[in-house]
Design a protein around this ligand. Structure first.
Ligand code: MTE
Length: 314
């Protein structure tokens, strides 16, 4: 989304390639070679038990290798390969999230508190990045509504604001003179969007805990919006009565709006949004596919925007 600049990565922060490249292939390779004791997967990765959701797409999932090495996570650098290489020192445990603002029961919940009552589901979603590429990702997560209901939003609450952790010591993109975005990374949803059953908080993908580069330990996933709404490594959730500021709007409000619904009819000021390249499908020469309104989720979500001018509210 921006001009790339190398982050300030210390040699000790560079993750070995075999660790960030598809943990399964590494393990399979080890099994075949019979060296059962070598463990190349990150200590944090653990198997998750999830129930299959009827809200999943049946489209072919993008390979784990692509999902975990072609990322946007500017706290670790602006190149697609930076997050996988530079996020190895990030510590997603222990973790807690402060939930407050216009709620009857504000508080700070540990990740374990958050997870205890929820049913983890596998949600295979189409994901569309504003840059013009897409993936199909098997997330493991739960409805954000489950968490919001627990803190009891007040009648005055109209929006939900989210913030990512700020940790320059572990996030090389937050150090040095070049800062691509104002930190903390901020995002927001209207309360009805946040309560929609398709909106999830993800704690895993491909049946294992989230890799750091994908937003461990907890990130937002809103499949009918451009990928940048999917804020990673969330530490604060605040219910408010006014539309919150978002990092991308602060960075360039003419290019990035609050709603950011996937819409092939509304071009980005600098490029068309009519088509997309599916990552993992035949490289740069592969035929682009048409982008669908609300990323193909119109039946479920178009009613949220009834009567709105989606060109003005982009
Ligand atoms: N969250 C934080 N904190 N920082 C970021 O730079 N990038 C966003 C979003 N969430 C970003 C973020 C963008 S632009 C996209 S496309 C998605 O994360 C990418 O998610 P993925 O790397 O898991 O595919």
């Amino acid at each position: 989304m921006l001009i790339g600049k190398k982050p300030n990565i210390l040699p000790s922060e560079i993750t070995p390639r075999d660790i960030y490249l598809g943990r399964r292939e590494v393990l399979a390779g080890i099994g075949a070679a019979g060296i059962g004791t070598i463990m190349s997967r990150p200590a944090a990765a653990a198997k998750l038990t999830s129930v299959k959701s009827p809200l999943s797409t049946t489209e072919t999932a993008t390979p784990l290798k692509d999902v975990s090495t072609y990322n946007n996570y500017y706290e670790f650098g602006t190149d697609k390969s930076d997050p996988a290489q530079a996020a190895g020192n990030f510590k997603p445990t222990p973790w807690s999230v402060e939930i407050g603002g216009m709620v009857a029961k504000p508080g700070t919940l540990t990740l374990e508190d958050i997870m205890k009552p929820v049913t983890l589901e596998e949600r295979i979603y189409r994901m569309r990045c504003v840059e013009g590429w897409s993936m199909v990702i098997p997330w493991n997560g739960f409805a954000l509504a489950e968490l919001l209901k627990r803190v009891e939003p007040l009648g005055s609450a109209k929006f939900v604001a989210f913030e990512t952790v700020v940790r320059p010591a572990e996030m090389p993109g937050q150090r040095g003179s070049f800062q691509p975005l104002p930190w903390p990374y901020r995002e927001g949803l209207r309360l009805d969007e946040a309560m929609h059953p398709l909106t999830i908080l993800a704690t895993g993908l491909y049946g294992e805990t989230l890799p750091n580069q994908n937003g461990a330990p907890l990130r937002l996933v809103v499949p009918w919006k451009y990928g940048f709404k999917g804020i990673k490594s969330i530490v604060r959730i605040t219910l408010v009565d006014k539309m919150p500021e978002t990092s991308w709007q602060l960075q360039n409000k003419n290019e990035y709006g609050f709603y950011s619904n996937v819409n092939p009819d509304v071009d980005h000021p600098r490029w068309s949004q009519a088509t997309e390249r599916r990552i993992g499908e035949g490289g740069l020469l592969a035929k682009r596919r048409p982008t669908l309104k609300f990323n193909g989720y119109a039946d479920q979500v178009a009613s949220l925007y009834a009567g709105m001018d989606l060109k003005a509210s982009y």
